[in-house]
Design a protein around this ligand. Structure first.
Ligand SMILES: [Zn+2]
Length: 96
């Protein structure tokens, strides 16, 4: 369930995996704090010219419910990825 939302949102495993690495600021219109697509998928839609594997530190997207603006901000997620081997960096850790 999104915070402040009326309806549960169906999301994918990929979405949930990526979700923890991002801070999603509430939609400026309706306050929705969830996305309907995984951040990496969304990024490719919003920025079609960004090379494969590149990660933005922050970007904005249109709210899937009302068309308002949602801002996404990448955050450190070290605590949630303690089981990740240190030498094998995930795609979102490339700039550390
Ligand atoms: Zn909205």
């Amino acid at each position: 369930m999104p915070a402040g939302g009326e309806h549960p949102v169906l999301v994918t495993d990929k979405y949930l995996r990526e979700r923890s690495a991002w801070t999603i600021h509430p939609c400026q219109k309706c306050g929705l704090t969830e996305l309907f697509d995984a951040p990496s998928d969304l990024m490719r839609v919003v920025f079609p010219n960004v090379p494969e594997g590149a990660v933005m530190e922050a970007f904005t997207s249109f709210c899937p419910l009302c068309g308002g603006v949602q801002a996404l901000e990448f955050r450190e997620s070290r605590d949630q990825n303690v089981e990740t081997p240190p030498r094998q960096k995930a795609w979102w850790q490339i700039w550390k």
